[in-house]
Design a protein around this ligand. Structure first.
Ligand code: CO
Length: 134
C-alpha cells in the first residue's frame, strides 16, 4: 500500500538557522518559507534527489508542533510521509485493522495541495506517519 517516501519532517526552533544549515553547510536546494496558517506551521522544503526534507516551524498560537518543540527544544524528527494511491482506501484498511487516524479521520489538504492523513505514533513504532495521496 505505501509507496515512495515523500518527505521527512523536522521541527526546528529557528527556521533561519535551519535554512542556513541546509542551504549553506549541506549545499541543499531550499525553497522560500511558506506560511500555512491552516496547519499552524511555516514550512521550508529541501529538495533531495530521492525525497524532500520539510523544515517545520510553529506559526500562530495553537501550533501543533509547539508542544513537540517544548519537549525537544533543539528540534527533532517530527514525522515521515509515505505516498499512497488512494487515501480513502488506505484509511479504511488501516482503521479496519485497528490503527488510529488522528483528528476527525477525514483527509485534509496538506503542504503540497494533496490530501493527507496522520496516523497515531503509538500504533506505528513511535513514529508519527503522514499519508499523502500522490
Ligand atoms: Co508532512
Amino acid at each position: 500500500m505505501i509507496g515512495r517516501l515523500n518527505h521527512v519532517a523536522i521541527a526546528v526552533p529557528d527556521l533561519d538557522a535551519a535554512v542556513g544549515q541546509y542551504r549553506d553547510m549541506l549545499g541543499g536546494t531550499v525553497s522560500a518559507p511558506q506560511a500555512q496558517p491552516a496547519h499552524g506551521v511555516t514550512v521550508v522544503f529541501v529538495e533531495l534527489p530521492n525525497t524532500k526534507i520539510e523544515l517545520l516551524h510553529p506559526l500562530g498560537e495553537n501550533s501543533p508542533i509547539a508542544a513537540f518543540l517544548e519537549r525537544s527544544p533543539s528540534g527533532g524528527i517530527h514525522h515521515l510521509c509515505y505516498e499512497v494511491d488512494d487515501i480513502y482506501a488506505a484509511r479504511d484498511k488501516l482503521k479496519a485493522e485497528g490503527a488510529r487516524v488522528l483528528g476527525d479521520g477525514e483527509p485534509k489538504i496538506g503542504a503540497h495541495d494533496k490530501p493527507v492523513l496522520f496516523l497515531h505514533p503509538k500504533d506505528f513504532c513511535g513514529a508519527l506517519i503522514e499519508l499523502e495521496q500522490a
